[in-house]
Design a protein around this ligand. Structure first.
Ligand code: ADP
Ligand code: MG
Length: 729
């Protein structure tokens, strides 16, 4: 049973901060203590096993069953000493969040008792019997069951009494059923392609690593208020609620101090994160009331994404201790900012060069320009795909509002880098690229001005902005698995770098020098990719029109945005980089359409219930009070006085009647639209029907109810109002 509004408001406003548990040790003393990291490995593994395992992590060498057995034994000993009793394969299915199935370490000992057991086989592979995870039809046959397989590149960790082993989740036939598998494949594709381009410049690079630094935004609400709002509890967003008179107009939350209840929550969360090896660094208030952000120091992409997935589940657990609920939804409240998850993305070589950092040495600068230009080409050619990669039912509520990038992908470079590209495009080869006596190539115009990391030349409205030594992909939603977007970005850039290599050798075969070939191709790329460069205001109406003129993808419908995954260019790109096969792309789209349908379906059902069973009865009650008042006025006053005095209550009765009629009529229509959509067998078509014919009712019905909220007696309004939900003291 949900609790009543006033009860919830009273409880929430009387809450005292729950103090965080702070160990009296330095962070560096307990950082990573719940992780089977290199320090633990050294202690619990033999020298040889340690070497083989770290080789596997660093160089991707295979791990055989024998080594897995040794690792499992060491891991078990480490975990048992920490009081762990269970283990689980921890994976990232195509739904939100992570999944796990806990098994105890115990096995029969052969003489009627139990012993603690954990073999290499159990470490390496598990069948989670997960037939109910979405798979887009990939596991319809009996043979094609899914299983999880150990990812040694992300260390195991302990949560509570359970050893969690990061795993990929795939079908027996090899198709990916998760985000991690293709993300790892895309990192590998980028490593290979980027390495080759580096070596074209004689850089002697053995490995290129992709880095990710995410910034997680979220809202907190008191748990009693959350419980009193069925829409929050079931959909993570408010489907109703008139704006509060005061919300974020004064920007006072952004600059304000963090409320003490929240501060204690953050401290607890940070300590849990540190123990689990998540290097969190920044915490602050965000623009909207009750909105906050947490960001770590960047890490290798796959590990960073695991850490983000882990963080999202830790947040929920820790919040409960502090009587909060965390909202990771992109748009929990109308009229104030939503939450995103900026992904700071870069690549660096094993020789220590950040490929997006204008170098100190002149030779690095040509490499820098090459990577910038190739990235722009990839983002240009796959702008529709990148948008599909961040598209979801919930993120659609945030994009395009006056706070988040529009549903159009473009890239902001800043004036310095833009100038360099313009200069390159208009220079002769002698001016653009210089060669020294050892035939090394340099960017002709010497140093690129040192770009300040905290440079002010920032464009907050750009979905894909260059920020000094990295790109910041800002269109991601706060609830997303970063893997979805990064695997598309990595693959597109990898494919583009492959093309660059091919284009250069083609020209060389035709008799051009390497210098000429690189010059000509970069120049062509700079010209071709120009439509993706946009330094203006991404929130403006003019940009939408301009973007359409430039041929950028402007599709607003999420189900149609997903089509970009199945475009022949995308299929070719994903196949060529060995990240996803055509069959996998089709299957994954089925899952995406299905999730879209379900999200809208649940919202429509909840709104129908709220409208008819929560709001309508209360509104009718208030209307009766008014009618009663009118009758009594008539009984009491002369006809002239009555006419004057009853004018206002009569007007209110009519107004209420108008809104109520609209609500009930539209709830009926919405149910009809849903029924009709549910009869469509094809998932894509059904998702389109949900988008076109069901979703629009959510806003329309809400508008009437939000108007009613302003009319009906505050004392009987059943749901906590925005002003009550939004201000933690
Ligand atoms: P903002 O001003 O955008 O809020 P912050 O400095 O708070 O930026 O956070 C930026 C994020 O970018 C952090 O997670 C940081 O570790 C990360 N970052 C910094 N340099 C790089 C890089 N070269 N590659 C990837 N991520 C980076
Ligand atoms: Mg940022």
């Amino acid at each position: 049973m949900s609790i009543s509004r006033f009860n919830a408001v009273e409880k929430a406003s009387n809450r005292k901060a729950v103090l965080a548990f702070i160990p009296d040790r330095k962070v560096s003393d307990f950082f990573g203590e719940d992780v089977f990291n290199r320090k633990a490995m050294k202690k619990y593994l033999s020298k040889e096993t340690f070497r083989l395992l770290t080789d596997a992590v660093d160089r991707g060498t295979p791990i055989d069953r024998e080594i897995a057995n040794h690792v499992a034994a060491g891991m078990r000993m480490w975990a048992l000493e920490k009081g762990v009793t269970h283990y689980t394969h921890w994976f990232q299915p195509l739904t939100d969040g992570t999944a796990e199935k806990h098994d105890a370490f115990v096995e029969h000992d052969g003489s009627g008792g139990l012993i603690e057991e954990f073999s290499g086989k159990l470490l390496a592979q598990q069948e989670p019997d997960a037939s109910s995870f979405p798979n887009g039809g990939l596991r319809n046959t009996f043979e094609a069951r899914g299983y999880s397989a150990w990812d040694p590149s992300s260390p195991a960790f302990i949560v509570d009494d359970t050893l969690c082993i990061p795993t990929i989740f795939i079908a027996y036939t090899g198709e990916a059923l998760d985000y991690k598998t293709p993300l790892i494949r895309s990192n590998e594709a980028l490593n290979k392609a980027a390495k080759e381009v580096c070596n074209l410049f004689a850089m002697n690079v053995n490995k290129v690593t992709t880095y990710l630094g995410w910034e997680q935004e979220y809202f907190l609400v008191d748990e009693d208020l959350y419980a009193a709002r069925p829409d929050l509890s079931l959909t993570e967003r408010t489907l109703l609620g008139h704006e509060s008179a005061k919300n974020q107009q004064l920007d006072d939350h952004y600059f304000g101090s963090i409320p003490s209840r929240v501060q204690e929550f953050m401290k607890d969360l940070e300590i849990v994160c540190y123990k689990l090896g998540i290097p969190v660094k920044t915490r602050h208030n965000e623009v909207a009331p009750n909105q906050f952000e947490l960001a770590p120091i960047y890490e290798e992409c796959n590990l960073a994404n695991d850490h983000n997935q882990l963080l999202m589940s830790l947040m929920k657990r820790v919040a409960k201790k502090h009587n909060f609920r965390v909202l990771l939804h992109e748009k929990p409240f109308q009229g104030i900012n939503g939450s995103g998850k900026h992904c700071n993305w870069s690549m660096a070589t094993d020789t220590g060069i950040n490929l997006f950092s204008p170098g100190k040495d002149r030779e690095d600068n040509l490499l820098f320009i090459t990577f910038i230009v190739n990235t722009l080409m990839a983002v240009y050619q796959y702008n529709a795909l990148l948008k599909a990669s961040i598209a979801s039912a919930s993120n659609a509520y945030r994009l395009g509002a006056n706070e988040a990038p529009p549903a159009i992908i473009s890239s902001f470079l800043g004036t310095q880098i833009s100038d360099v590209l313009d200069r390159f495009e208009n220079s002769s080869i002698e001016d653009a690229i210089e060669m020294d006596s050892q035939k090394r190539l340099y960017l002709g115009f010497g140093q690129i001005p040192e770009i300040l990391l905290d440079n002010t030349d920032r464009n907050r409205t750009s979905p894909f902005a260059f920020t000094g030594n990295r790109f910041e992909f800002r269109a991601l939603g706060s609830s997303a698995n970063c893997g979805a977007a990064l695997l598309a970005l990595n693959s597109a850039v990898a494919y583009q770098l492959q093309q660059f290599g091919k284009d250069v050798s083609l020209l060389c075969e035709k008799g051009k020098s390497k210098q000429e070939a690189i010059y000509e191709i970069l120049k062509t790329y700079i010209k071709t990719s120009k439509p993706i460069r946009f330094d203006g205001n991404g929130y403006s109406e003019e940009w939408k029109q301009e973007a359409a003129r430039r041929g950028l993808d402007c599709e607003n419908s999420v189900p149609l945005q997903y089509d970009a995954y199945l475009h022949p260019d995308s299929i070719r790109m994903f196949e060529a980089t060995h990240v996803l096969k055509e069959k996998e792309l089709y299957a994954r789209n089925e899952v995406k359409w299905e999730i879209y349908i379900k999200k809208i379906q649940i919202e429509a059902r909840v709104l129908g219930d709220l409208s008819m069973n929560h709001i309508t009865p209360v509104v009718l009650r208030y209307q009766s009070i008014l009618l009663d008042n009118i009758t009594k006025l008539k009984d009491t006053f002369t006809i002239e006085d009555y006419e004057a005095l009853s004018a206002e209550p009569k007007r209110l009765v009519r107004k209420i009647g108008h809104h109520l009629c609209a609500v009930t009529r539209m709830v009926d229509e919405m149910i009809e639209s849903r029924k009709k959509a549910n009869r469509i067998p094809d998932l894509r078509e059904r998702a389109i029907a949900y988008h076109d014919t069901v979703a629009p009712y959510l806003d329309k019905i809400r508008e009437h109810i939000d108007d009613l909220e302003l009319i009906v007696d505050n004392q009987i309004w059943p749901l906590p109002k925005y002003r009550e939900l939004l201000f933690i003291r």
